[in-house]
Ligand binder design. Structure first.
Ligand SMILES: [Zn+2]
Length: 302
């Protein structure tokens, strides 16, 4: 039976009707609602409008959840709680809830990497940065909220406040929405540059990593700063978890340009790992869909 899988991001909510072979039969998105009542209303409407049959609803949220209670607690980009038990017809469907980074990591691992690797770390770049850690083939949960990789400290910049209450979080300096912000301000200061033109056309911050562009000095500086922050994050994670592969996903994964090359060049320039091999880095196999498919896998792996 199909699953209505919902991947909630800080800016938009993506959904899909997924069948047991992980085929997305129908999909769509809407802007992320700004409070609990609107949130529940929009899912009620969605359930009503979808004509395909499904027997489960599975939601991936960007923050802390209480699975046993079907409750979302808090996340930096959705700072209000949501009690999904208040959904109309809640009892009619099987209901699943988990953190978005965790489900994305689990899905990628189970479907693509488990034959080759046992230690995988996934980072999802969108409005924020989500994460999930597979260690020795298992999803690491800690006390319940392990893998909040966007909130590891990678920057000493005190003026870059994160919505989580700290300063210097990876997410605050380095999320995909931050890339977009940086492209916007670079486009204002250098409106006739190649970057400004590309950005005007494509509207995605990842153009900052398009190797075909001739970048100006200030654009290169901005680019370097982001890349170094990402590298620092990856190196710290590698030192703690000794993983074999990093999978980078989230909304940026549909147009990553040369991000991986930039990261690998920076790593080679600044770090050495004698006697050890730094993990492979690759873009999510599912482009922007690992959240939806990950949510669906909560049901299909039940
Ligand atoms: Zn933070």
């Amino acid at each position: 039976m199909n699953c209505l899988a919902i991947d909630v991001g800080g800016t938009s909510v993506k959904y899909g009707i997924v069948d047991k072979d992980y085929k997305i039969l129908q999909s769509g998105s809407f802007p992320t609602p700004s409070n609990e009542a609107e949130f529940l209303e929009s899912i009620n409407n969605l359930v009503y409008e979808i004509k395909l049959e499904f027997s489960a609803i599975s939601v991936a949220m960007p923050g802390f959840v209480n699975q046993a209670n079907s409750e979302y607690l808090f996340g930096t980009n959705i700072p209000f709680s949501i009690d999904f038990k208040k959904l109309k017809n809640f009892d009619k469907y099987k209901f699943f809830l988990d953190n978005d980074g965790n489900v994305a990591a689990f899905y990628e691992y189970k479907n693509y990497f488990y034959t080759e690797f046992k230690h995988l770390i996934m980072l999802t770049f969108g409005t924020g940065i989500g994460g999930g850690i597979i260690s020795d083939g298992k999803l690491l949960r800690g006390q319940g909220s392990a893998g909040e990789l966007g909130h590891i400290l990678t920057s000493i910049q005190k003026d870059v406040k994160c919505n989580c209450g700290k300063s210097g979080c990876l997410e605050a300096t380095t999320s995909a929405s931050k890339w977009t912000e940086i492209c916007e301000s670079l486009s204002i200061s250098e409106p006739n540059s190649e970057l400004a033109n590309r950005f005007k056309k494509l509207k995605v911050g990842s153009v900052l990593f398009d190797n075909k562009i001739n970048f100006s000095v200030s654009q290169k500086l901005a680019q370097n700063e982001i890349i170094e922050n990402i590298s620092n994050g990856l190196v710290s994670l590698f030192e703690i978890f000794n993983n074999e592969i990093f999978v980078l996903g989230g909304s940026m994964a549909s147009q990553p340009f040369d991000l991986i090359n930039f990261i690998e060049n920076d790593l080679a320039k600044r770090f050495k790992f004698p006697s050890r091999k730094f993990p492979r880095i690759q873009i999510s196999t599912q482009k922007g869909y690992s959240g939806i498919l990950g949510a669906a896998s909560l049901y299909f792996n039940e």
